[in-house]
Design a protein around this ligand. Structure first.
Ligand code: 1GP
Length: 237
């Protein structure tokens, strides 16, 4: 199913001026046993869980989604790094195309490999334009996808790619600085994309503090993704 209740509920939250916060849980770094304690430490404003990673073993995403669902009723969306991370246990799937790069495997190859199993499991699909932007240090996404991030300046090429993604059917754009980035996506980039596109803007990578979170929201981020800070330091906000 392309789009459905999960996407519509998200739009409803946004239309009520509610900013969303997704906590990214990577099955490679978080075991099923760690879930209850991790969930206890998360900020109250968490609205979503994202599950995925660049190098996740088969079945690990499925088991982790089930564990999260045992302890929380918040929506769990898949944020897969690879085609074999699809599971019907989740509420929705960000169907990503890495538009910042020029590697066909991550533009359409992985998507093709996933297509039949996505259809078969009936999960809600949210077509997503995924843009990797230079976050100041080499990222796992760049290494695994063998693509380069878009430079932070000039901003116009970033906006052009995002807009092209929207015209190709994306229903949200994900501006990604890379997990553990030293510099999150700047407010100027978020603002430029937000002011040009008519779809929600997800921002992630390197956001560690409440100040960075609020800056990204103020610039126009509709949903912010935080992962590393909760893995390393517990409750951060
Ligand atoms: C990575 O955007 C996410 O895909 C989250 O990044 O781990 O740096 O919070 P962090």
């Amino acid at each position: 199913m392309i789009l459905g209740p999960q996407y519509n509920q998200w739009l409803a939250l946004l239309s009520n001026d509610q900013k969303c916060l997704a906590v990214l849980i990577d099955p490679e770094k978080t075991t099923v046993e760690m879930v209850p304690e991790l969930l206890r430490r998360l900020p109250e404003q968490t609205t979503h869980f994202f599950v995925g990673g660049s190098t996740v073993p088969p079945d690990a995403a499925h088991d982790l989604v089930l564990a999260i669902k045992q302890w929380s009723s918040k929506p769990v969306w898949l944020f897969p790094g690879k085609h074999d991370q699809v599971t019907s246990a989740a509420d929705a799937l960000l169907f990503l195309s890495l538009l910042s790069g020029d590697n066909p495997e991550y533009l359409i190859g992985q998507q093709t490999k996933a297509a039949i199993s996505v259809k078969a499991c009936g999960i809600e699909v949210i077509p997503t334009a995924y843009l990797l932007i230079d976050g100041g240090r080499p990222s796992t996404v760049a290494r695994v996808s063998q693509t380069s991030p878009l430079p932070i300046t000039p901003i116009l090429p970033i906006v052009e790619r995002a807009l092209a993604g929207m015209f190709m059917g994306a229903h949200c754009v994900y501006l990604e600085a890379g997990s553990g980035a030293s510099s999150p996506v700047s407010g100027d980039i978020i603002k430029a994309v937000k002011n040009t596109l008519d779809i929600p803007v997800i921002v992630g990578g390197g956001i560690r503090t409440e100040q960075q979170l609020n800056q990204a929201y103020a610039a126009g981020a509709d949903l912010i993704v935080m992962g590393t800070v909760f893995e390393k330091t517990g409750k951060a906000l």
